[in-house]
Design a protein around this ligand. Structure first.
Ligand SMILES: Cc1ncc(COP(=O)(O)O)c(C=O)c1O
Length: 431
């Protein structure tokens, strides 16, 4: 093992040896190189002649670039063209960290790591796999989950996805979550919680969050080492009272020395910048210190460097500027109101009793999506194909449920969307 990795591991072990045991073999071995090219470049910064960096520079010292970009992007060249650090741009990381505290007031003054920038949440999930999932490890998910988790955890890292039933009696199935957590073999448990959930659009109620946390705590008290990966892609898009409005990260961050919370979040869905490819990974564990977090940040940034080197300078700079704009909060609220309006319409559509003969909505209260489950033995895939052919309507089928992205449908088309599903069901039922 490289001496730099060993030194990070020694630091982690000294502060919380459980965290060291949670790391995968890859996670144990990785480090952010402090020596070599990066260190030598850093030492040369500001010197009269600097022949260290792998970028091209104009004679006046600014970034070399093609002039066609000048009229397209109104920002200093230093915020556009150079590589960003593998950790993320420092001022942007600070801003994002402040925003985590602002959006999650229950965190209080809990010490958390500095966020590490990732290429969107997908890359954050993959880096979480890199850091914690070994071949054969189980990753526990709800049975309604984003299908890309398979490609990441199973195809990417050889881990095994297992699932608990998300719903029971219209709410979160705490009993099955607990049962499946208890069934994970070995000392280490990895679970990923995604609220608002894709595809169901469900976020647990405040009371359910307390029950979920109690189950995790029970296992931690028995000595299990639990990594909770939190996929907060749709954070903030919650449309009902009684639903937990902060991230479950707040309840895990200071829960136990045996529970490492890893928050994955980012502007992709929250701020409607899907193609920008920016996300963050932030750690918290009870008793976590700056020294512990710096060691984890170093390892994570090392994993990022070894995979994609760093995240778009331009995307980070644009987002930093927009987040600092005085109008930002009001603009964000406007977009939230549009999605909430669509949610309200869809919810009221499902109160029409005629629909209950053919399908029922799964519980939903947040996010971009909701799901309907066909009845009377109707097959979701048949309905999907019929909707495409006869009603010019596209939906997604997962298992035997139909996912509707109400985020992508204008409000006045939502009643027609539900009516089309109804008509497709009637047609197929008559066959
Ligand atoms: C639950 C969930 N997590 C993560 C992502 C991906 O986010 P990003 O585009 O930032 O990689 C998605 C996208 O559909 C998602 O639904």
């Amino acid at each position: 093992m490289d001496a730099q990795a060993l030194s990070l591991n020694t630091t982690i072990e000294k502060i919380n040896s459980n965290v060291l045991n949670m790391l995968s073999e890859r996670g144990k071995n990785i480090f952010f190189p402090k020596l070599g090219i990066l260190a030598q470049s850093a030492q040369a910064k500001g010197k009269a002649i600097n022949a260290t960096i792998g970028e091209a520079v104009e004679d006046d010292g600014t970034s070399m670039h093609l002039p066609e970009f000048d009229e397209l992007i109104n920002m200093p060249t230093a915020n556009i063209f150079p590589y960003a650090p593998s950790f993320g741009k420092p001022e942007f990381r600070s801003l994002w960290k402040e925003s985590i505290y602002r959006k999650n007031p229950s965190l209080g003054d809990t010490v958390i790591s500095n966020p590490i920038a990732t290429n969107g949440l997908t890359h954050g999930i993959s880096m979480a796999g890199y850091m914690f999932a070994d071949e054969g490890d189980t990753v526990l998910l709800s049975n309604h989950y984003w299908e890309n988790y398979n490609l990441i955890f199973e195809n990417g890292y050889g881990a095994k996805v297992s699932t608990f039933e998300l719903f029971e009696n219209g709410g979160f199935n705490v009993a099955d979550f607990s049962k499946k957590l208890n069934e994970v073999k070995g000392e280490k448990i990895i679970t990923l919680l995604n609220f608002p959930n894709n595809p169901s659009g469900y976020t647990p109620l405040t009371t359910e969050i307390a029950a979920i946390i109690a189950e995790i705590k029970k296992l931690a008290d028995k000595g299990k080492k639990i990594v909770v990966i939190i996929d907060d892609a749709y954070f903030g898009l919650v449309y009902e009272d009684k639903v937990f409005k902060e991230s479950i990260f707040v309840a895990l961050a200071n829960l136990s020395e045996n529970v490492l919370a890893l928050k994955l979040d980012g502007p992709t869905k929250e701020d409607y910048v899907w193609g920008f490819r920016v996300g963050f990974m932030t750690y918290a564990v009870k008793g976590g210190t700056t020294e512990l977090y710096e060691a984890l940040e170093n390892k994570t940034a090392g994993a990022v460097r070894g995979n994609i080197s760093n995240i778009s300078q331009l995307s980070q700079s644009l987002l930093y500027k927009v987040y600092s704009a005085p109008s930002y909060e009001a603009s964000k609220k406007e977009k939230y109101d549009i999605l909430k309006g669509r949610y309200d319409i869809l919810r009221s559509e499902f109160t029409n009793p005629k629909y209950a003969e053919y399908f029922t909505p799964l519980p939903f209260n947040s996010g971009y999506f909701m799901c309907v489950e066909p009845k009377k033995g109707l097959q979701a895939e048949e309905i999907r194909k019929h909707l495409l052919e006869k009603y010019s309507t596209g939906v997604i089928v997962l298992g035997n449920v139909i996912r509707l992205a109400f985020s992508a449908v204008p409000q006045d088309k939502l009643p027609e969307l539900v009516e089309n599903i109804y008509k497709a069901c009637v047609d197929l039922d008559k066959k």
